[in-house]
Design a protein around this ligand. Structure first.
Ligand code: KG4
Ligand code: ZN
Length: 333
């Protein structure tokens, strides 16, 4: 079964083709980073307009890379929620029309199920159930993942998402947008013991997060550094990343203990952070846990994960009607 996946929930216009819910025949991601960078964050109106411009060429590229004609597709899946409504509407409406024109099923997919399905794209995917930490620019949450279509929320951020904290820390240090990769590169040249950031665990037993305090701590460090900021930036980045990494690892491993799961997963844009990947792999190894992280290409927003999740929705007869709408908020779990 060949599914065309479409993702436009934020600032990536993406299309991919999956085969039988396991293989990816093509995956195209057109990033709008250059459009939004001058504003230091995603401008919703510009995101929608750029999706409109990009959607047809990106879908055509995905079909060409998979060496397929549209008529050979069996279904179309598109992100339905959560995200920027204007951005979601472009991919969702396009996908509806595309499926209707071809006379094939249309499947609206939850973006968060997509991220959790992204670990199915690694060589040895985790067996179900497992616990997953979704760490991205819009979301930070821990789930007990029962199946590709069923995950229970264990806890989530009460304020900023962790990727957002990376982006804001980078912005405060004048490093541009998005900040995750820049902070990681800078941190590699710094000493993570030079500046200590209090670990924002909240209650160590809770699976909720809070990253607004550490953002304020970064701002305080910048002020204290004053004219010496340029020399201290790498140490600030390293200290910040170490503190965030400790919290993410602690909560995910604690979730595995509570649910007695041997398999844990880290997904979402922040899962592309090599330092955090290595830190988690080490912490898990000492406890006999197996860590699953998507290949780097599938950590950030992409349509391959939407096509894979769409396949599993279809197996459960979860298709979507042409009158169905998009939603900015995450579904209640
Ligand atoms: O999953 P994603 O592409 O979009 C959302 O669904 O939000 O995640 C984007 C986020 C951004 O905040 C970005 O700064 C962060 O992921 N990110 C990283 C890294 N690469 C991207 N954060 C830390 N280290 C990285 N290497
Ligand atoms: Zn995402």
């Amino acid at each position: 079964m060949k599914i065309l996946g479409i993702e436009t929930s934020c600032d990536e216009t993406a299309a991919a083709v999956s085969q039988d819910g396991t293989a990816i025949l093509s995956s195209i991601v057109s990033s709008q980073v250059a459009v939004h960078a001058p504003y230091g964050g995603v401008v919703p109106e510009l995101a929608s307009r750029n999706h409109i411009k990009n959607i047809l060429p990106v879908v055509n590229q995905a079909l060409a890379a998979a060496d397929l004609k549209a008529e050979e597709l069996d279904a179309v899946a598109a992100t339905q929620r959560p995200g920027l409504v204007g951005a979601l509407l472009v991919g969702f409406s396009f996908a509806k029309a595309f499926a209707y024109g071809l006379g094939i099923p249309f499947i609206g997919v939850d973006h968060l199920d997509g991220h959790m399905a992204s670990v199915l794209l690694k060589e040895s995917p985790p067996p179900y159930p497992f616990v997953a930490l979704l760490a991205s620019g819009g979301h930070t949450a821990v789930y007990h993942v029962i199946s590709p279509t069923n995950a229970d929320l264990m806890g989530r951020t009460r304020d900023d998402a962790v990727g957002e904290a990376f982006d804001k820390a980078a912005k405060m240090m004048g490093l541009g947008y998005p900040g995750g990769r820049v902070i990681e590169e800078l941190a590699a040249r710094g000493d993570d013991n030079a500046i200590f950031f209090t670990r924002p665990y909240l209650d160590k037993k809770s699976f909720d997060f809070s990253f607004s305090g550490i953002k304020t701590a970064v701002s305080r460090c910048i002020q204290e550094a004053g004219a010496d900021l340029e020399n201290q930036k790498a140490d600030i980045a390293a200290g910040f990343q170490a503190a965030v990494g400790d919290v993410l690892c602690h909560k995910l491993i604690h979730a595995a203990e509570v649910k007695t799961c041997r398999d844990i997963a880290l997904v979402g844009g922040v899962a592309a952070n090599t330092h955090i990947r290595e830190q988690l792999a080490k912490a898990a190894a000492t406890r006999g846990l197996t860590v699953h992280m998507p290949p780097l290409a599938y950590c950030g927003d992409n349509a391959a994960m939407i096509a894979i999740a769409g396949y599993h929705y279809f197996q459960q007869n979860r298709t979507t009607g042409l009158a169905d709408d998009v939603y900015s908020r995450a579904a209640t779990r």
